[in-house]
Design a binder for this molecule. Structure first.
Ligand code: ZN
Length: 344
């Protein structure tokens, strides 16, 4: 068969597809918007081992506003009013969505002297249930911009570094409130993550998670899955399989990356391994023995591994990309609702 003879058939096929798309588009307002089956949508890319489950849509517009609201408080630097105000707002928001919130106070020595005062905000969905998923992020921001060329001593907005992960957690809380599940979910906002000694000891970072891992909010807490989100909102984000995560929970990492790729987020979730990074999950693994994995953007290797905006004043709302929030948020929504349906 020549290429020529294929053309009319192709043209008819194209017209048929266009008509179907037009019908679908016109019908859209009449379809129930709340719960959509998001995977696997395309029969052309079969995923035989991934059964279909009704999963609600993760609204990136709403997540974006949750990031902006945090940034609007000002830098959430421990021991400041903006930090305190933002923490109070976070507690109120989670309660608004029916979560039972524990405010775990932490006071830890600051490597430059004095103490950093913070609070781990532990938002529990259906705390009475024993099967639980834990998704965490940090909510404090850095008090300096050591990687910038100017104003290095001024705190950063931390739209991505801090704001993005918490924005996703808040939108997950709102989603769960609207679309109940029969498993427990703990959304943990760690404090005092980001004011450590650059080039110094690992232990000067992640002070909130270090404390939580030694003082768990539930005795013998062992969630079914535990995931950390960090730097999950910036343009050009690339999520590689982080080294420590692959050491402690390779199956979970592989499942999440496979799922994200089936959902069409292969541009962000790259199925390649990268080295380990010091982040809250390291201390959760070390002190609580919970195999927490880290979804963290590592677009480059070497010195600028976290991206050009990292720990600079460019980490502001301009760097936030709703498509990235959507990719991470929808993948986490899938994780929760698939686990609820026993297919994860
Ligand atoms: Zn940071």
């Amino acid at each position: 068969m020549s290429n020529k003879s294929k053309r009319p058939v192709m043209a008819y096929a194209m017209i048929a597809v266009l008509v179907l798309v037009a019908i679908a588009y016109v019908a859209r307002p009449f379809l129930a918007p709340k719960t959509t089956v998001t995977s696997p949508a395309q029969p052309s890319s079969p995923a035989p081992n991934i059964p279909q489950v009704a999963v609600p849509e993760f609204h990136a517009d709403s997540a974006y506003l949750f990031v902006k609201k945090q940034v609007d408080f000002g830098p959430r630097v421990p021991n400041t009013t903006a930090h305190k105000k933002c923490g109070e707002w976070l507690v109120k928001e989670f309660k608004r969505y029916g979560f039972v919130v524990i405010e775990q106070k932490v006071s830890a020595p600051y490597y430059k002297g004095g103490f950093l005062n913070g609070v781990n905000i532990i938002a529990q969905y259906k705390p009475e249930l024993t099967k639980r998923i834990c998704i965490a992020a940090h909510w404090d921001t850095r008090n300096e911009a050591e990687k910038d060329t100017k104003d290095q001593n001024k705190p950063i907005d931390g739209a991505d570094d801090g704001g993005s992960g918490i924005g996703v957690l808040l939108e997950l809380a709102r989603t769960l409130h609207q679309n109940p599940v029969d498993i427990g979910v703990d959304l943990i906002c760690f404090d005092l993550e980001d004011n450590g000694d650059n080039g110094g000891s690992n232990d000067t970072w992640c002070l909130g998670s270090q404390y939580w891992a030694k003082n768990l909010h539930r005795p013998a807490y062992m969630p079914y899955y535990a995931v950390l989100l960090d730097l999950v909102g910036a343009k050009g984000a690339k999520f590689y399989k982080e080294g420590i995560s692959m050491d402690v929970a390779p199956n979970l990492v592989n499942k999440i990356w496979d799922m994200a790729n089936v959902l069409g987020y292969g541009e962000y979730f790259i199925p390649e391994n990268r080295g380990g990074v010091t982040d809250d999950h390291l201390f959760v693994i070390r002190h609580a023995r919970i195999p927490m994995i880290d979804i963290i953007s590592l677009p480059y290797e070497g010195e600028k591994m976290f991206g050009d905006h990292h720990h600079t004043h460019a980490d502001n709302m301009d760097i936030i990309d709703k498509n990235v929030l959507k990719a991470v948020g929808q993948t986490m929504t899938e994780l929760i609702y698939r686990t609820n349906n026993g297919v994860m």
